[in-house]
Design a binder for this molecule. Structure first.
Ligand SMILES: [Zn+2]
Length: 237
């Protein structure tokens, strides 16, 4: 399947953020996000090998050249989120895969996660869901510890370690304090759909009379962390 023959399902959010249906299991089940800023692009997750043609078609539709993609952020290395990283990165000549240090070895040599997944699904079902999982070449991948910062055409992002769903799970924070992702639990808790929430300032989920206070706490916390991480004696975890 090549990217010319597929029609990606794209949901456009504010601030250059788009969700692309990963076409995993059934439509609406999983999404890959693309951030576009000043003509440069970044992926958050990749879906599976079978998602890749849709992602390349989405790039084209969003007007981002393949060589203008700088990053492929991986939230974690489970096959439904990162199984397509090895094949996607081959199509993006200037991009680097960014992943937590605990996840990195599994992207360079996916044999262990593939075997663990095959033990759950069986070989045939695994192939149907994920295809041939390709390794990411070591020179195309960067190990990113908690607090790692990078910029996409001047827009700054921070990777924070959020263990839970997976021990090496990371979240991508846009440092303008805007909401980057949304799930069903958040929808139930706050009453906004993903379309209404993503790309908006986090103020929308804070009671109006607490907004100034919350904003001040977050600004202070970011500044403190920034200072701590800039101290040479601070060791990376
Ligand atoms: Zn997972």
């Amino acid at each position: 399947m090549n990217s010319k023959s597929v029609k990606p399902r794209i949901t456009r959010h504010p601030d250059g953020i788009s969700a692309v249906d990963a076409e995993y299991v059934h439509p609406g089940h999983a999404a890959v996000h693309i951030i576009r800023h000043d003509g440069r692009g970044a992926f958050v997750d990749t879906g599976t090998n079978y998602s890749v043609p849709y992602l390349l078609a989405a790039l084209e539709e969003l007007g981002i050249a393949r060589d203008a993609v700088d990053y492929v952020f991986l939230t974690h290395v489970h096959m439904d989120h990162a199984g397509g990283a090895g094949s996607l990165i081959q199509q993006l000549p200037n991009a680097r895969v960014l992943v937590h240090p605990r996840g990195l070895p599994h992207m360079v040599d996916p044999s262990k996660v593939v075997a663990a997944s095959q033990a759950v699904y069986g070989e045939e079902e695994f192939r149907r869901l994920y295809g041939d999982v390709l390794p990411v070449a070591p020179e195309r991948i960067v190990s990113v510890p908690d607090g790692f910062r990078c910029e996409l055409a001047g827009r700054e992002f921070e990777l924070i370690h959020t263990p839970g769903h997976a021990l090496h799970h990371c979240a991508v924070v846009d440092l303008d304090l805007r909401i980057q992702s949304w799930n069903r639990a958040a929808e139930r808790l706050f009453g906004f759909t993903a379309t209404e929430a993503v790309g908006n300032p986090i103020d929308i989920i804070v009671a109006p009379d607490r907004r100034a206070e919350v904003r001040e706490i977050l600004d202070r916390k970011l500044q403190e962390e920034w200072r701590l991480r800039r101290t040479p004696a601070t060791k990376e975890q």
